[in-house]
Design a protein around this ligand. Structure first.
Ligand code: FNR
Length: 190
């Protein structure tokens, strides 16, 4: 019997019609049967401030860290902003990373995908996110890679992923991500 896994999908864009959010929605449709994906919008996460953190975690941050802790793995879909991940995503990770001794990011399996409107498909942003993962002792899946270029040609006006070869790639990616995640759950240890 296949084990059920819980994945937290984290979009790096707040935009209502964000292609990266749309890609996560497509993932909820194309995922393997035993994978559950919950999408967590970063809209309510305040800017990181160590003074605020010392006074007590803001409720949205507490909720975010709790969702990470109870997930088996994380699935990021971030735009590339100026050759890096979005500030919104970096800020949320900064909160979640505190403190290294107790952070729910530690040893958390994760995968990255991304959509850009141009030709590079978030390659550089994804490399940066891998660096951030190293500091947090996270466990990235390196392959397959999902770099989606020229977003307008792959999604329709309702945000549906319509490009057939991208849908196939996403299916394969999610199936591999299931296998990757399971390696680090209890079922994978037997
Ligand atoms: C961009 N965009 C962009 N694209 C890219 O391929 N490399 C980059 O470095 C940047 N930099 C960048 C900076 C800023 C501030 C913005 C607003 C945009 C374009 C980006 O790929 C495009 O806006 C995406 O559609 C954003 O993703 P969402 O919001 O659709 O998920």
């Amino acid at each position: 019997m296949q084990e059920k896994i819980k994945v937290l999908g984290i979009p790096g864009s707040l935009r209502k019609k964000s292609y990266n959010k749309s890609l996560l929605r497509a993932a909820t449709e194309l995922k393997p049967e035993h994978m559950e994906i919950e999408i967590f919008d970063l809209h309510d996460i305040p800017l990181y401030n160590e003074d605020v953190e010392k006074e007590g975690l803001p409720e949205p941050v507490r909720k975010f860290k709790g969702k990470i802790a109870e997930s088996d793995s994380l699935l990021f879909s971030s735009p590339e902003y100026n050759y890096s991940i979005s500030g919104v995503l970096k800020n949320a990770i900064d909160w979640a990373s505190r403190t290294p001794a107790t952070s729910p990011l530690q040893k958390k399996p994760y995968a990255i995908m991304g959509v850009s409107s141009g030709m590079t498909g978030t390659v550089k942003a994804q490399l940066h996110l891998k660096e951030v993962g190293v500091f947090n002792n996270m466990l990235v899946m390196n392959e397959p890679e999902v770099y989606i270029t020229l977003a307008k040609q792959k999604f329709d006006e309702n945000g549906e992923l319509t490009d057939e070869s991208t849908r196939e790639l996403l299916k394969k990616f999610l199936s591999e991500f299931y296998n990757w995640t399971i390696r680090f759950t209890n079922a994978g240890k037997f």
